[in-house]
Design a binder for this molecule. Structure first.
Ligand code: BGC
Length: 566
């Protein structure tokens, strides 16, 4: 233990390695149920491109016209604009929804926000399916967008808050796994509908069927517990303890459960987010002492989008077809291959996130994706058919690289680096950064491709390298660090580039609660003169021990003496 650690810190027993228990089957079920929202996210972004190309859709909305002689449908002059508006209305809804989640998730809880998101999604899905014109469809899609904006912002927060520190990365990555399953489901539904229907049902079913998983999400939310951290913010400590004990599969007086509860309590006090406390202002979130974490997540989401993943998902097939690759091979091979690889790649990430850590994955992911982009450019530039096949293979390398690293890990880092005080607003801003960049990529890429064709991959390669460099300099390792301790990593003494193991100054592998940088003020919790020092926080935790004892007496009258002894 560090010599700087005070007696009271030692006594309080809080400067130890996090001892939370591993995920129980219950916690994993909770994570998968909540991550159905990821499925909705993936299905919606996966289906729209195919729907826009469905013959029945083109004719119904006038984006295509039938040539009576050849029986072929050709795209009309307004097609690009109309498609753009349909895609854009959804993204605008996402931006609005993620901003709205900043208020919803603190005020009404993470759980109820997910419920609200699912209900809105059902409405949006049904309205899309019964649309009668383009304006109607755009409104319906922006309603679905609002839902996905809320869900994509709240789900990672909820998952991180119910997970034990050692498995938080894994549980949050489940959301990405569900996103990728949703994308694959969309391409399979699309292929099935093509063979089953020849009329409007083709697009109506494709858009309406998404209400079904949203309905499952509504049912699942009914069984989901409130986030224990949110309960603590409401002063519902007894409920928080009950939820925590169920999630960890241990009795309420279990030492690790009690320690986790105490730390949460201390954090709520230190952050000034308990009942009756005034939450953070936007000014504080953007420029206050904890804004570094917020800025970092906004920037990581920016770089996640500029890896080029959505260019590959939305436009790669078109580009390949345009430079002479067989359209069917480009469309079918690339779309299904990419969708499958997105899932396959996420599986090793779920393992690696707690073994290799976030930084290692982000940095190697950035290098791999950049190398793949460069290889695609030179393969395509060779203008040979062999080169074209190589290009497809390298696109697959990119997709695998993305799904094993930046796909899940950016959401993991965002969900775990935001201190409680700025979590809702900061998370909403970072998610908004994701959706705004997604919209910009959607609008700008076709224009860029018009000018530089395959060299757009080089542009993405440079952006991947910049993302890797940014990670190397600014993103600390958060693997295994308790949510309540992550803010310590942003202190100047714990510069990101010193760490590959969640620890300051090269002291590999230990928790910061063992004393690294303990004399530092915790530039986290409160504003200005109320800035909370680490000692204050530990003192608060000691007081909360009494609190925890009382809670346990209510939940479990048995064995409270064990707690008093600790
Ligand atoms: C990204 C999305 C992307 C998806 C693909 C997510 O993490 O935020 O923009 O479409 O991954 O799997």
């Amino acid at each position: 233990m560090s010599s700087i650690a005070t007696k009271s810190e030692e006594r309080s027993g809080l400067l130890r390695q996090p001892q939370s228990r591993p995920s129980t089957a219950y916690a994993i079920t909770v994570a998968f149920s909540c991550a159905i929202s990821g499925f909705l996210f993936g299905y919606d972004i996966g289906i729209i491109d195919s729907v826009l190309k469905m013959p029945s859709f083109l004719l119904f909305f006038g984006t295509g016209s039938l040539n009576a002689e050849t029986g072929q449908i050709t795209e009309t002059a307004t097609q690009a604009d109309t498609d753009g508006n349909i895609v854009f209305s959804f993204l605008i809804g996402c931006v609005f929804g993620s901003m709205a989640s900043s208020v919803l998730q603190d005020r009404f809880s993470r759980r109820r926000s997910i419920l609200l998101g699912a209900l809105i999604f059902i409405v949006g899905g049904i309205l899309q399916a019964i649309s009668t014109n383009v304006v109607y469809l755009c409104i319906a899609r922006s309603i679905s967008g609002i839902s996905i904006g809320i869900l994509s912002s709240v789900t990672p927060v909820y998952l991180a808050e119910v997970a034990p520190a050692e498995e938080r990365g894994r549980l949050v990555s489940i959301q990405q796994l569900m996103i990728t399953i949703g994308i694959l489901a969309a391409s399979l539904v699309n292929a099935t509908l093509y063979s089953v229907y020849r009329n409007d049902n083709q697009w109506r079913v494709a858009l309406g069927i998404q209400a079904l998983p949203a309905f499952f999400l509504v049912i699942a939310v009914y069984f989901l517990p409130f986030s224990p951290r949110w309960l603590m913010m409401q002063g519902r400590d007894i409920d928080a303890l009950a939820v925590l004990s169920r999630l960890r599969g241990a009795p309420p007086d279990d030492k690790a459960v009690v320690e986790e509860l105490q730390l949460m309590r201390a954090d709520v006090i230190a952050e000034g987010v308990g009942p009756g406390d005034k939450g953070s202002s936007w000014k504080e979130v953007l420029f206050g002492p904890q804004s570094a974490q917020v800025h970092m997540s906004i920037i990581l989401q920016f770089f996640q989008q500029t890896t080029g993943i959505n260019f590959i998902l939305y436009f790669a097939a078109d580009l390949f077809a345009r430079i002479g690759i067989n359209r069917d091979l480009a469309a079918t091979g690339l779309v299904i291959g990419n969708a499958a690889l997105l899932i396959v790649g996420t599986l090793p990430a779920i393992w690696a996130v707690e073994k290799l850590g976030r930084r290692w994955l982000l940095i190697t992911g950035a290098l791999t994706m950049a190398a793949a982009h460069i290889a695609v450019t030179s393969s395509l530039a060779s203008e040979s058919s062999v080169g074209a096949y190589f290009a497809i293979a390298f696109v697959f390398v990119f997709t695998f690289g993305f799904s094993a690293t930046w796909g899940p890990i950016v959401w993991v880092v965002q969900s775990e680096t935001m201190p409680l005080r700025v979590r809702a607003k900061g998370g909403a801003l970072a998610t908004t950064s994701n959706w705004v960049m997604n919209a910009i990529i959607g609008k700008a890429c076709p224009l860029i491709v018009d000018r530089i064709e395959e060299y757009i991959y080089l542009m993405f390669a440079v952006l991947c390298l910049l993302g890797g460099l940014y990670t190397y300099i600014c993103v600390p390792e958060t693997k295994g660090v308790a949510l309540e301790d992550v803010a310590e990593l942003f202190h100047s003494k714990n510069k990101a580039y010193f760490t590959m193991n969640g620890l300051s100054s090269g002291v590999g592998g230990r928790s910061i609660r063992e004393g690294g940088g303990s004399s530092s003020s915790r530039e986290g919790g409160m504003t200005g003169s109320e800035m909370t020092s680490r000692k204050d926080r530990v003192d608060a935790a000691s007081k909360s021990k009494t609190y925890a004892t009382e809670a346990i007496e209510v939940v479990s009258p048995l064995q409270t003496h064990r707690l008093v002894e600790t």
